[in-house]
Ligand binder design. Sequence first.
Ligand code: 5GP
Length: 205
Amino acid sequence: MEHSRQGLLIVLSGPSGVGKGTILHRVIGRRKNLKLSRSYTTRGPRKGETNGTEYWFLTKEEFLKAVERGEMFEYAEYCGNYYGTPRKQVQQELSQGNNIILEIEVQGGEQILKKCPEAIGIFIIPPSVKVLEERLRARGLDSPEAVIERLEASKHEFRYAKMYDYMVINDIMDECASNILKIIDAESMKFKHIGYKIEEVLKNA
Ligand code: 5GP
């Protein structure tokens, strides 16, 4: 059966420290046509991060030039740094029929969900704010001041949750990853995403 299939555009957000990165590690690679978008950021690399792996690390000037050239699909300022999704990468994956996940904060999520009605929004929440705080401190990636700043940002982020299509609780990591895969699998089977025309099949029946 011939049908053209455009990939799924998946926006995944949730407060800093909720475990998005770890969950995505467990999700990507479990489906062969599932890709993770790589963002531009002006944040400095953390220990162990390298250019082109977690992010493309840019200066503020380079980032704003890319914005000016219209290269960004979306971008936002978060805790004093810019983050943005390069448009080209998303277009390429979708046109090849691959599903792409954009792991982005809520202002960027809002931009995409508003301009792309076909995008699928998944919002990850922690079991409680207390657990979120514990996770942020335990991962030891941010200074105590940055942890407080990220916790403040998370309160603001929860207000955006309703804009998303799905809410998944990250209590048990494997369950959360498996729930995300269930969403992607089910969405992949929707008529509107498959581009399958039942009328055409009936015409030849
Ligand atoms: P971090 O500094 O912890 O890597 O990321 C901080 C926040 O920026 C996270 O919530 C992450 O999802 C978000 N983020 C990462 N890349 C992008 C992007 O391309 N666009 C937007 N809007 N947010 C992003």
